[in-house]
Write a protein that binds this ligand. Structure first.
Ligand code: FPP
Length: 246
């Protein structure tokens, strides 16, 4: 029985999020520049997107660039932005063939003009695709997302658009970038780091966390299957007892 066959298709995470980490170390191990790691990281992106669509995962969110990543050397930031543009051009076919809708979350205004243009073009072209939503987190920071949500809600209360009493979890959800996405069920981080790094802090409240030592450019469909099988063997209790679940 192959790993893929071991996955229960009716018990998949509704929302899978991935912190793609280890590109730099992968390149260093090979005596190459960090950019080489990022270039090879795009192959793992393709594998993961394809595998999720094939399996029937409805929402996949990838942490492609954080607000903190702007502090990297300019050469690396420029290369990542160039890679984003070329990947969007190259992968439009993959998205269309697999009926995948692209969206992006984060401070998108801070992206370079060219990247924004390409991004919004692909978002527009794929907007009616319904098999899977692929969300790229770009210039994304969870604290900034929450800060913006708090500001907007306060503004609405101050101007009597909503009442203070009406604020509940669903109102907060509606003010996040991820308003159209369900909570994250499974979060994968590669490269052996055990951190969340300001990613979807509100949305992972009940997520299962899966850490693997595999460096992102090496992450293959088989590694994804292993993570999903591991997830399916866990008991998610959401604060209840094991007896209540069973
Ligand atoms: C983390 O590795 C990876 C990133 C900061 C960028 C992720 C980008 C890609 C996978 C390629 C481009 C993606 C798209 C969607 C076009 P790191 O550089 O922090 O690695 P290190 O921790 O080993 O230094």
């Amino acid at each position: 029985m192959s790993l893929e066959d071991k996955i229960q298709k009716d018990f998949l995470p509704k929302h899978l999020a991935v912190i793609m980490d280890g590109n730099g170390r992968w390149a260093k191990q090979k005596g190459k520049l960090r950019v080489f790691g990022h270039e090879n990281g795009t192959k793992a992106v393709r594998q993961t997107v394809e595998a999720c669509a094939e399996l029937g995962i409805e929402n996949l969110t990838l942490y492609a660039f954080s607000t903190e990543n702007w502090n990297r050397p300019k050469l690396e930031v420029d290369a990542l932005m160039k890679l984003l543009v070329s990947s969007l051009r190259k992968e439009l076919n993959l998205l269309q063939e697999n009926n995948i809708r692209l969206q992006a979350i984060g401070a998108l205004d801070s992206l370079p003009k060219k990247a924004k243009k390409e991004l919004f073009e692909v978002i527009e072209k794929t907007k009616d695709n319904a098999r899977m939503t692929l969300t790229l987190a770009l210039s994304y920071g969870s604290r900034e997302e929450l800060k913006n949500a708090v500001k907007e809600i306060c503004y609405k209360v101050k101007n009597n658009i909503i009442s203070l009493e009406s604020i509940d979890e669903s109102i907060i959800n509606e003010h996040l970038y991820t308003q159209n996405l369900p909570d994250v069920d499974l979060l994968i981080r590669t490269s052996g780091e055990h951190r969340i790094s300001n990613f979807l802090l509100w949305q992972i409240a009940y997520a299962e966390l899966y850490f693997t030592n595999v460096l992102w450019p090496d992450f293959s469909k088989e590694h994804l299957y292993e993570a999903l099988i591991n997830y399916q063997n866990r008991e998610r209790r959401f604060g209840k007892t094991s007896e209540q679940i069973n």
